[in-house]
Ligand binder design. Structure first.
Ligand SMILES: [Zn+2]
Length: 1018
């Protein structure tokens, strides 16, 4: 088994053409290879110098996915995805106050001396080099069931709609090095190449054997699918399939996300993760662990696609692994982790490097007896201000090391001075403005009353500083339909007063005094107003609304009050009233799967673009609660929110009396209460050799470096991509510092600093070993969702596939030990990467199906852009929990199972959750006892989840409550019964199966990727 001394396998040739040509599913007839995310040049694998032994990492996971087909000769597309930064202009300074003269002593909080740091936490993630890693769990014993026989011409696997049926890349054995061979026959067969017919690839879809809707569901592995009489897989291709009947790979034998999650939880769950080691890979986002900050930011704040950057741009280009960090600057930390310390360096402001402006942090090296410090980012040597001077100990460390958060911690805050405030004026506390659409439909449905009732109690829960008696956030109220009504709710008034603005073209705020007030002071006037609003508009006939002027009014009000803030807009219909920002229905299903499909997701330019800029300039975030009963042009209506750090909530066909009401109210409560900073600007500084080049999130960019966010809350994450501009050093590593200047909820200006240090290596094996699949997928989701605004979906999907294959091929070439080409080899840290990539391509935005609502697709696209790693992980691999055998006495959630129909049982009951949807699935043969104990009814005809006093019911409801509590958004529980129509909604989340609206099963995708890898390596 020794792999030592392995010398590179024979030189690899230029990548084969045809790599991108997934049978018209991932894209058809491209004419040029596309690599890199959205627009790099084709890569060949260079021939390693002869005789140079490559460092070998023995992969933990080796799968033989059967004989791959011969390369498909096909051209690749010419188009490249253009990456368009929102905007670019000369970079203004992000508050660079001059380093003033020394001033009075610092008043930092005193830090507790750290307990003896746990002796170097082991490197997380993959096993060390040369280690075998965990073999993929239990292949069935030879001869055991689990492999379906497929006759020649067996059932095809419809992928995306265009995909010709029957691309049965009949797979063979899984080979784990530890249990070399099972199913000897299959193993032998794997040496027989399957030739694919070529004619059908890249052709224009259709034709016999196309994937029909009826094909969806149970999927390929269903026993019923195999056998004679199945549609011929290829048009004219079946005859070319060589060899005897092929074996179907056991679904248990391909990498399992649930297993990876379970293993990491078992290995690292419950542990303390100390951040004292550079380049240390943190536990998975799904693992429960406690973070102890010892010099690097918690992975809750910053998580990277890899913790070992390649030293050179060439290596980075070669492997195509994106170098990115997902930053969630306001991430919620568990109660047992220390909140951030606040450091005050006095009147001169935080100490920074004179040259690169990086803030004082653990990467600054004190020299010259403590009189100077050398910047870890740019190497500039700076004088230490007199007030900050401190002696060094025998290790060369300042003796106050443990007393200063900025010297010993990865994350902390600085008090910002006036230099960091707009116009050198100190900031004011932010304001929340509630803007309610009182058009006919909203009043009649009872929505207006529901909102007003809720606000009466909710306003008592406005966010406040830790320990503060009450909130300093001011509140204001507007109602509107075709015209706007502002309310004076000054505490001195006996009755609220309404002021009407009907000129939508010239929006202004009719009153300054009395519009934005303190809730406690004006409580009785406000409650009076909230009582009156539903009645005031009870007889309205007005069904038209305006929208852009509403946002404009909010910004103007904040401008007049000289504060930042947030607009809560409760709106129902597409704004058709004659006013600026009027929209029309431009939904056109005929555009789907055409070059023009992207236009459905592009917001209307002009006014809305300008509104975003105005909002960002004022620190005005827009949260939109939409209650549409038909198309509303989500792409445009949601645009301002997604450039201002806001959130768009969508409740289609909302009915107050149903669960919809509670669903919306819980979202609103979470939204009003959550931790948030305003008027924020973020800069990511790096050590020399690389820099931040691209940013994805609910942000606005006025230039290439400053990320502006009207607000940033605990759920918003920005994904930052890095590129080399020089060689990185293994010795010094790669350092990054995220500095976020913002206004707190009480109006203080602060700088939140997160520092992170990564390793650098000239060995690609180090990079692959330190990869973080969940972070990678976050990057790919955001970059693909942005790219789809400019490129046809099939091109975007194709790039995702190409890059998957490329990353894995490069690993195989450079890092894996030699093995038969029929084996698919995946890096241990990326073994479930393909399932996530496949799941991503099957998401609504990327799938291109006329059956999905354009607004829903646009909404998901916008939501994902602001997501952190936890959210994208869960979205792309939902949690499917079996409930029928749950132990009601245990606190532990039953172990989730793989997201596939095969895991469902007729007698079972399952909970499925992805952060946006929540389902309770009931098998047809669910036991009456279970049904009775959960629903208290013998029949399941019309069911909702009742509150019952028995252990099963309590357990289930507490599980659901706990889940809802963890998620940024509320979810409405949908109960679906096996074989019901509504089951389709549930099934689309079974991401290992073939997509209901197109897209390959996990198994098929893996085979396809394997074929592409082979093409790349031959
Ligand atoms: Zn510097």
């Amino acid at each position: 088994m020794s792999q030592q001394g392995y010398v590179a396998t024979p030189p690899y040739s230029q990548a084969q053409s045809g790599m991108g040509g997934y049978p018209a599913g991932f894209g058809s007839a491209p004419s040029q290879p596309l690599y890199g995310h959205y627009g790099g040049q084709p890569q060949s694998f260079p021939v390693p110098p002869t005789g140079v032994a490559l460092k070998v990492v023995r992969p933990s996971l080796v799968i033989a996915v059967g004989p791959p087909p011969a390369p498909i000769s096909q051209a690749l597309p010419t188009s490249h995805l253009a990456q368009q930064p929102f905007h670019s202009a000369p970079p203004p300074a992000m508050g660079h106050p001059p380093l003033g003269s020394p001033c009075t002593g610092p008043q930092s909080h005193r830090m507790p001396s750290p307990q003896s740091p746990p002796a170097g936490q082991p490197m997380g993630g993959p096993p060390s080099m040369g280690g075998m890693g965990r073999p993929y769990p239990g292949p069935p014993p030879p001869g055991a069931g689990g492999f379906q026989q497929f006759g020649p011409g067996a059932e095809g696997q419809p992928g995306y709609p265009q995909q010709p049926q029957g691309t049965v890349v009949t797979m063979c054995a899984l080979i784990s090095r530890d249990c070399p061979v099972f199913l000897p026959n299959a193993g032998r067969q794997s040496l027989t190449p399957v030739l694919f017919g070529t004619g059908q690839f890249g052709g224009q879809m259709a034709g016999p054997g196309m994937a029909g809707p009826g094909m969806a569901g149970p999927g390929m592995a269903g026993p019923g699918m195999a056998g004679p009489g199945m549609a011929g897989p290829f048009q004219g291709g079946a005859a070319q399939m060589a060899g005897p009947p092929q074996k179907k790979l056991d679904p248990d034998s391909i990498p399992s996300t649930t297993q990876v999650i379970e293993d990491d939880q078992a290995k690292r769950g419950g542990q303390v993760y100390a951040t004292n080691v550079r380049g240390q890979v943190p536990p998975l986002v799904t693992t429960n662990f406690t973070v102890q900050d010892q010099g690097n930011a918690s992975p809750r704040y910053m998580r990277c696609t890899t913790y070992s950057f390649p030293c050179t741009a060439d290596l980075a280009k070669q492997c195509q692994v994106p170098l990115a960090t997902i930053i969630k600057p306001f991430a919620t930390v568990p109660k047992n982790e220390t909140p951030l310390y606040v450091v005050n360096h006095g009147e001169a402001g935080p100490i920074r490097c004179n040259r690169c402006k990086a803030y004082m942090c653990p990467y600054m090296q004190f020299i010259d007896g403590g009189r100077r410090f050398q910047c870890g980012f740019c190497s500039c040597v700076n004088e230490v201000p007199a007030f900050y001077f401190q002696h060094l100990d025998h290790m060369g460390r300042r003796v106050d090391f443990y007393e200063r958060p900025e010297l010993s911690l990865g994350s902390y805050e600085f008090v910002a001075t006036l230099d960091y405030c707009k116009n050198n004026k100190s900031a004011s506390p932010p304001a929340y403005i509630f803007m309610i659409d009182v058009s006919y439909a909203n009043v009649k449905s009872g929505l207006v009353r529901l909102i007003c009732e809720e606000l009466k109690t909710l306003l008592d829960n406005l966010p406040r500083e830790e320990g503060a008696e009450s909130s300093t956030v001011k509140v204001g109220f507007v109602t509107y339909n075709k015209i706007l009504h502002f309310y004076n709710v000054k505490s001195a008034l006996a009755q609220p007063q309404m002021m009407v603005v009907s000129d939508m073209a010239e929006m202004f705020v009719p009153l300054l005094d009395g519009f934005l007030v303190n809730f406690q002071e004006s409580c009785s006037v406000i409650n009076n107003l909230l009582d009156q609003i539903p009645d005031m508009f009870a007889d309205t006939n007005e069904s038209e609304t305006v929208f852009a002027p509403v946002i404009q009014a909010g910004v103007e009000a904040l401008k007049a009050a000289e504060c930042s803030g947030k607009l809560f807009i409760f709106h129902s219909s597409i704004p058709t009233a004659e006013a600026p920002g009027k929209l029309k229905n431009r939904d056109d299903k005929k555009l789907i799967n055409t070059e023009k499909e992207k236009t459905l997701f592009q917001p209307q330019k002009g006014l809305y673009e300008q509104l975003s800029k105005d909002c960002v300039a004022q620190g005005c975030s827009v949260d939109l609660f939409l209650f549409p009963s038909q198309y509303v042009d989500m792409a445009t209506m949601g645009d301002v929110s997604t450039h201002t750090g806001g959130t768009v909530h969508k409740y289609s066909n909302f009915q107050v009396q149903t669960l919809d009401g509670e669903h919306f109210l819980s979202d609103l409560r979470k939204d009003v209460r959550k931790a948030i900073g305003f008027d924020a600007i973020m800069r990511v500084r790096t050590s020399t050799g690389f820099r931040a080049t691209d940013f994805f999130g609910a942000v606005h960019m006025n230039n290439t470096t400053d990320v502006e966010m009207a607000a940033v809350d605990c759920d918003k994450a920005v994904t930052v991509e890095f590129k080399h501009d020089d060689t990185l050093s293994e010795e010094t590593g790669a350092l990054m510092q995220c500095a976020l200047l913002y206004t707190t909820i009480s109006g203080q200006r602060r700088l939140r600093i997160h520092n992170l240090s990564l390793n650098c290596s000239s060995q690609l094996s180090e990079l692959y070993k330190s990869c973080e699949t969940d972070a990678l997928i976050n990057f790919f989701a955001k970059s693909a969702y942005r790219a789809m605004l400019n490129q046809p979906l099939k091109t975007v999907r194709e790039i995702l596939v190409n890059q998957t294959a490329h990353m894995l091929a490069c690993y195989r070439k450079n890092c894996a030990s030699p093995s038969a080409a029929s084996q698919l080899i995946l890096p241990d840290a990326m073994k479930v990467f393909p399932i996530y990539m496949n799941s991503l391509m099957k998401t609504g935005p990327l799938v291109g199906s006329a059956e999905l609502s354009t607004d829903d697709r646009a909404h998901q696209r916008l939501s994902v852009m602001a997501m952190g790693v936890e959210e994208t992980q869960l979205l792309l691999y939902p949690r499917l929990v079996p409930l029928h055998n749950m132990d009601v006495a245990s606190d532990v959630l039953p172990a989730p199972v793989r997201c596939s129909e095969e895991r469902l049982t007729d007698a079972g009951m399952f909970l499925l959750e992805n952060g946006h949807s929540l389902f309770l699935w009931l098998g047809q043969a669910c036991t009456p006892e279970l049904v009775q104990s959960i629903f208290n009814v013998p029949s399941l005809a019309h069911i909702s989840l009742p509150v019952l006093d028995n252990p099963q019911s309590k357990k289930l409801r507490s599980m659901i409550e706990a889940l809802l509590d963890q998620r940024p958004k509320s979810m409405k529980l949908l109960i679906v019964r096996q074989k019901d129509r509504s089951e389709m909604l549930f099934r689309q989340h079974l991401v290992e199966d073939k997509g209901l609206h197109g897209g390959a099963s996990y198994m098929d995708f893996l085979c396809y990727v394997h074929r592409e890898i082979r093409n790349l390596l031959t």
